[in-house]
Design a protein around this ligand. Structure first.
Ligand SMILES: Cc1ncc(COP(=O)(O)O)c(C=O)c1O
Length: 375
């Protein structure tokens, strides 16, 4: 059997990782400024993380959601404290798309409305409703087209209000910082207007923090820079440092009903053990603060480089946009300098390193980047 060929691959196989470094089958060492697509939060193969998963699988890997799993409540308690939402409740799933899918459903169950407002260049995942609110017609199949969605320009509060006034909007979904769209930033003022408008017109505000959350922006959630509280918050990626998991944080205004949401694998024992270890490590090693400190150093230094169109971002979620294609720059970083980076569109390099990136590692990256740029 062949693999269904949907990924354009680099001819590299990564077989080992430690902290912010990974190694390929030939023993080459790479500096990881990509974090396996913003997934590695506490670093590759952190000993406390490895120990937690190993011990848990030795006891019990999985049992169903029809019996008590106290690890879920332990995770909810830790997460509530770590992010400042201990009055919210937690629903656990296996991926970011599922988190958004359930958020959109819950909003619609709650207010009985259908239409969703989303933003230009947004990416919210590939399940039916999540992909429908993603602004990319190429990945929306005819079977996904049932949900009515209006895409609006980011940071245009008047456009949002004009749509909300029509009275049929169930929810507004927005990324804390747009990732795949190229590290596009909603302004703090826009976030505050969005919060006020959703309350005024009875729509639910869904914050997709799948890429921008879990400390990446230098706050636990990117929307916390604006001081707002959404109705629903979705998380995944860094939550379990690579173990597949997603979460939906739900404000007290939503009332649960048995059976309204559900999943086989969501919140399983292994995923919870991984996610609890991640929160412990984040707290002990002050990784949110580290992301803020190292991220702001990187942003300052990147701003000084000549020949770059724009540098955007917060914390360790950084976009470096060039006038032209970055294909060659990225490929030279990878094959000559042995540095993994991400991409958005054709002209933007995306930096999404593990949150434990040190100042020294940031300096090494800058040196290699300058070398490739010839500056
Ligand atoms: C902002 C955002 N939302 C949702 C998703 C979908 O997450 P997953 O691939 O885990 O379904 C992603 C993945 O890149 C994302 O960046």
């Amino acid at each position: 059997m062949k693999l269904f060929d949907v990924y354009p691959l680099f001819n590299i196989e990564i077989v080992r990782g430690k902290g912010c470094h990974v190694w390929d089958t030939d023993g080459n060492e790479y500096l990881d400024l990509y974090g396996g697509h913003a997934v590695i939060s506490v670093g590759h193969s952190h000993p406390a993380y490895v120990k937690a998963i190993t011990e848990q699988v030795g006891k019990l890997g999985f049992y169903s959601n029809s019996v008590i799993n106290s690890l879920q409540q332990q995770l909810a308690d830790r997460l509530g404290k770590a992010c400042g939402y201990d009055d919210y409740s937690l629903f656990l799933i296996n991926s970011g798309a599922e988190a958004n899918e359930n958020a959109l459903k819950l909003a619609s169950f709650h207010n009985g409305k259908k239409r969703v407002l989303a933003f230009k260049h947004a990416f919210h995942g590939r399940t039916s409703a999540a992909v429908r609110v993603t602004d990319n017609p190429k990945i929306i199949a005819p079977v996904n087209e049932g949900l009515p969605v209006t895409y609006l320009p980011l940071n245009d509060a008047a456009a949002v209000e004009a749509e909300l006034k029509k009275g049929d909007v169930s929810s507004v979904i927005i990324e804390g910082i747009q990732g795949i769209g190229g590290i596009q930033m909603p302004t703090d003022a826009f976030m505050q207007q969005l919060r006020a408008l959703c309350t005024e017109y009875g729509a639910c505000l869904i914050l997709d923090e799948i890429q921008s959350g879990y400390g990446r922006s230098g706050q636990f959630f990117a929307h916390q820079h604006a001081g707002i509280r959404p109705d629903l918050i979705t998380v995944a990626k860094g939550i379990a440092n690579g173990f597949p998991m997603g979460g939906l944080l739900i404000s007290p205004m939503f009332k649960p009903v048995y059976g309204m949401l559900g999943t086989t694998f969501g919140g399983n024992h292994l995923a919870c053990a991984a996610a609890i270890a991640v929160l412990d490590i984040m707290q002990q090693e002050h990784l949110v603060e580290n992301a803020a400190r190292v991220g702001s150093f990187l942003l300052d230094e990147l701003h000084k480089l000549p020949g770059i169109k724009e540098v955007r971002g917060r914390g360790l979620m950084i976009g470096v946009e060039f006038e032209d294609s970055i294909k060659e720059v990225r490929s030279r970083l990878l094959f000559e300098e042995k540095v993994f980076t991400g991409v958005a569109g054709t002209n933007t390099i995306r930096l999404l390193p593990p949150l434990c990136l040190s100042m020294e590692e940031a300096e090494v990256f800058l040196k290699k980047f300058r070398h490739v740029l010839g500056v």
